[in-house]
Design a protein around this ligand. Structure first.
Ligand SMILES: [Zn+2]
Length: 64
Protein backbone atom coordinates (compact mmCIF):
# COMPACT_ATOMS: atom_id res chain seq x y z
CA UNK A 1 0.00 0.00 0.00
CA UNK A 2 2.20 2.82 1.22
CA UNK A 3 5.55 2.74 -0.46
CA UNK A 4 8.24 4.53 1.46
CA UNK A 5 11.26 5.37 -0.63
CA UNK A 6 14.53 6.15 1.03
CA UNK A 7 16.48 9.15 -0.12
CA UNK A 8 13.45 10.77 -1.58
CA UNK A 9 14.00 13.99 -3.40
CA UNK A 10 11.81 17.00 -3.12
CA UNK A 11 10.50 16.73 -6.60
CA UNK A 12 7.00 17.16 -7.75
CA UNK A 13 4.33 15.14 -6.12
CA UNK A 14 0.65 15.16 -5.46
CA UNK A 15 -0.73 16.12 -2.10
CA UNK A 16 -4.05 15.15 -0.67
CA UNK A 17 -5.29 18.04 1.41
CA UNK A 18 -8.35 18.53 3.52
CA UNK A 19 -10.11 21.86 3.37
CA UNK A 20 -10.39 23.42 6.80
CA UNK A 21 -13.56 25.19 5.78
CA UNK A 22 -15.75 22.39 4.51
CA UNK A 23 -13.73 19.21 5.04
CA UNK A 24 -13.55 18.48 1.34
CA UNK A 25 -10.54 16.37 0.41
CA UNK A 26 -8.80 17.33 -2.77
CA UNK A 27 -5.68 16.17 -4.56
CA UNK A 28 -3.38 19.00 -5.58
CA UNK A 29 -0.15 19.13 -7.55
CA UNK A 30 2.88 20.32 -5.61
CA UNK A 31 4.35 22.26 -8.52
CA UNK A 32 1.16 23.95 -9.61
CA UNK A 33 1.74 27.39 -11.07
CA UNK A 34 -1.47 28.91 -9.83
CA UNK A 35 -2.97 29.11 -6.34
CA UNK A 36 -5.31 26.25 -5.60
CA UNK A 37 -8.75 26.69 -4.20
CA UNK A 38 -11.21 24.28 -2.75
CA UNK A 39 -13.58 23.08 -5.43
CA UNK A 40 -16.41 22.93 -2.96
CA UNK A 41 -16.21 26.19 -1.02
CA UNK A 42 -13.57 28.22 -2.89
CA UNK A 43 -11.31 28.56 0.13
CA UNK A 44 -7.60 28.69 -0.73
CA UNK A 45 -5.89 25.35 -0.20
CA UNK A 46 -2.37 26.26 -1.29
CA UNK A 47 -0.41 29.23 -2.43
CA UNK A 48 2.35 29.26 -4.97
CA UNK A 49 5.98 29.53 -3.99
CA UNK A 50 9.25 29.75 -5.86
CA UNK A 51 9.20 26.26 -7.28
CA UNK A 52 6.44 24.50 -5.42
CA UNK A 53 3.28 25.31 -3.60
CA UNK A 54 2.85 25.91 0.10
CA UNK A 55 -0.15 24.05 1.41
CA UNK A 56 -2.52 26.11 3.53
CA UNK A 57 -4.96 23.30 4.12
CA UNK A 58 -3.99 20.26 6.15
CA UNK A 59 -2.05 17.70 4.14
CA UNK A 60 -3.69 14.34 4.65
CA UNK A 61 -1.35 12.33 2.50
CA UNK A 62 1.50 12.66 0.06
CA UNK A 63 1.09 10.75 -3.17
CA UNK A 64 4.24 10.03 -5.07
ZN1 LIG B 1 -13.75 23.69 1.14
Amino acid sequence: MARIETGKKQKTCFLKVKCSGCGNEQIIFSAAATPIKCLACNQPLAKTGASRITPIAKVVKELW
